[in-house]
Structure formats: C-alpha cells, structure tokens
Design a protein around this ligand. Structure first.
Ligand code: MN
Length: 385
C-alpha cells in the first residue's frame, strides 16, 4: 500500500455503554460504514503523484507537498468544492454534474452585487467536505463533478446575456451533465429554463423558491429580475400551470406580477401555507403541480425565500421567510422524489453579505440537492437504484 491513512486510536478506559443514538443518527452511523473509500483513496494517490509526497518530517504519508485535494479546506483554488476546472466545456459531459457560474446583476432593481455570487458561493464551498452525516452520502464516492467556470455575460446588455446563458445551459444539459447554475440575479431564470426547455420534446415544470412572484412582464421598462417567469411561461413547453412558487409574501411582491399569476394559473404557496400544512405535505403539493404531465422539472432557488436574518447578502431581503431547516427539508423532499433537470441558486450578493452566511446557505442548498439526488438513485443518471 503506497500510503496508510491515519485513523484515531481507540481510547482506553472503562467499558463503553451501548450506543444511545437517536433513530436518524443511528441510521447515519450505520450507513457511513457502507460508503466506501475508493474516491478518497484515488484523490490521495493523485495528490501524492501530482503534488509530490510530503516533506520527510510529515508523519501522515497521505499528505502531499502541494495541496491537491480536499485538505486543507482553507487552501487551494476555489472551484466549487474544489471540483476540477474543465476549461474545455466540450468535455463537460464526461462528468455527472457541471457547475456553471452566471455572474450577472444587470437585472437587479435594488441592491446589486450578484455578479459576484458565483465567486462568493465557490469561496465558501471550500468549507464543506463531500460527506453528509444525516443524508448518508459521500459525493466523492458516488458522482463526478466539474466546474466549467462562468458564462461570458454582457453587463450592459441583458438580452445578449440571456442568449449567452441559454446557450451555456443548453450545452451543459444536452451533454448529459446535471447543470448547477450559480447566479446571478433572478433574471437568469428565464434564459436557464429556456436552455433546458429547448432540449425537451415535452413540458418543463418549475419549482420556484422565492419571497417574490417574479411574474410581471417588465419592470422599469425592461425584462429584469422581477420578470423571469412571465417570459419563461411564454415558451411553448413551459406552461404556467406547471410553475409552483414557494415562500411568496411580504411587502415586496409587486401587484402586476400577482395579476399575471392569477390570469395564467400559477400555483403560489406562502411560508404560512407551507408551515401550517407541514413541509412534507407542502413538498408533495409542489411536486404534483410541477410534475403534472411534465418531462422534466427545473429547480430555481432564490436565497431570499429564507428569513432576512439568514440572507443579508441579497437584493431584496424580506423578514418572515423560511428557517434554514424548513427550506432544507423541503429541498431534500423534492430532490429525493424525482430526478431534477437541474438547479439554479440566485440572488446571492456577496458585497451585502455578512460573514459569508448568505453564500453558505446557497452552497448548502446545492449540496443537499445533490446529496438527495444521489441517495435516491437519481444521480448519476442512468443508474438503477
Ligand atoms: Mn426574490
């Protein structure tokens, strides 16, 4: 064996009592045993080969001279979770998941800064390892992931930016890789869903987390981040009846958008609706609406659906939103239920963020989505669960 990963030495002392885990923890402890280490071992071997074996004084011989893998978390080039940067996007289909940045805030109507969203989410993603205890998933052992970098957006022209984003998402989706789009303001919801929809023969449903409806036709005389779903549901195979909008409420949902949603027949669920019916029932309802006769479903997650306390770094923070554990449970139920077409996380604005907490929840939503898609057999694609 070329290396020997270090393991903690069992502590001595009085005989231990039996485990007293809670039921979820007990399951999680047992599942960990089954996850395997092949991905970790391959990463260590690659690190030693390309990063040179560590200096003679380093006792743990899994440590290379140059950081080339997960560790240390503070080191390395911040691609998303240190996934390999794939410069040649023609090769993204060789991976199960492709991270795509869409750095654009030209559709913003109040606080800007989401052009730095992809960078902020990638930075904080280094904090996470590939393993989730409760989900019982180790992404490194289950899927391959790459970061294809950012779309070349055009700051002064939203329409050209839309075309660039549609072309990029369409390319990644058609390649077979699962697209994870890091926004960007919510105007990108229109070009991203258009990029998926153009690859489908049937209908695309949309599960939309937000405090804001984003269904008006124009804002300040243009298509902006308040308008993506008006234009998406104008596409021939993205019916408004398959758009479910979760967490809407407060004093920032413009009346013109509400009128459009009423006329077109979108489905809206407030935070109170979801909490009172229970997150399980709410997720079931959301899945029914989005998947009704649809071939695929896109998940669009605006970080401002969380209470403003948890997402200071966003364009339009609103008190009264979801708690992180409510929204994470919701996301987990959605990703466990059916395979998704892809996901976007929008409205993370690092210049307004505090202690990176908004970027942190953005990253966590992605990790939990991927983790649940993996544990339920939806990723890698084509695997029989
Ligand atoms: Mn919003």
């Amino acid at each position: 064996m070329p290396f020997a990963p270090s393991h903690p030495v069992p502590h001595e002392g009085p005989p231990r009592r039996g485990p007293r885990h809670g039921p979820e923890a007990a399951r999680a402890v047992e599942i960990e045993r089954t996850l395997g280490h092949a991905g970790r071992d391959a990463e260590i071997a690659r690190g030693l080969e390309m990063g040179l074996p560590g200096a003679d004084s380093i006792v743990d011989r899994t440590i290379p001279t140059f950081s080339r893998g997960e560790l240390p978390h503070f080191a390395g080039i911040p691609t998303f979770m240190k996934a390999p940067f794939v410069e040649d996007v023609r090769r993204c289909g060789e991976y199960d998941v492709a991270i795509v940045g869409a750095p654009f805030d030209g559709g913003t109507t109040y606080r800007p800064g989401t052009r730095f969203g992809p960078k902020g989410i990638r930075d904080i993603s280094l904090l996470y390892g590939p393993y989730s205890f409760e989900l019982g998933v180790d992404l490194r052992e289950s899927i391959t992931m790459c970061d294809v970098g950012d779309v070349f957006t055009i700051p002064a022209n939203i329409e050209k930016t839309f075309d660039q984003i549609t072309k990029a998402v369409s390319h990644v989706y058609a390649s077979g890789a699962f697209p994870v789009v890091l926004g960007g303001d919510h105007s990108i919801g229109y070009p991203t869903s258009r990029g998926v929809a153009e690859n489908l023969d049937g209908k695309l449903g949309i599960i939309h987390f937000d405090r804001h409806v984003d269904t008006q036709e124009t804002d300040l005389d243009e298509r902006m981040h308040t308008t993506p779903w008006f234009h998406a549901t104008d596409l021939p195979n993205v019916p408004p009846e398959n758009l479910v909008q979760i967490g809407i409420g407060g004093w920032q949902a413009p009346r013109p958008g509400v009128e459009v949603g009423r006329d077109r027949g979108t489905t809206i669920m407030t935070v109170t609706d979801c909490v009172e019916m229970g997150i399980e029932a709410a997720a079931e309802r959301a899945l029914e609406v989005a998947w009704d006769g649809a071939d695929a479903v896109w998940l669009s997650f605006d970080v401002d659906c969380l209470d403003a306390a948890f997402v200071p770094g966003t364009g339009w923070p609103e008190p009264g939103g979801f708690l992180p554990r409510e929204v994470l449970k919701f996301i987990q139920l959605i990703a466990d239920a059916r395979p998704l077409a892809g996901i976007e996380i929008v409205e993370c604005s690092p210049p307004y963020d505090n202690a990176e907490i908004t970027a942190l929840i953005a990253c966590r939503v992605i990790c939990d989505t991927l983790g649940c898609l993996v544990r339920s057999g939806h990723l890698p694609k084509g695997r029989v669960s």
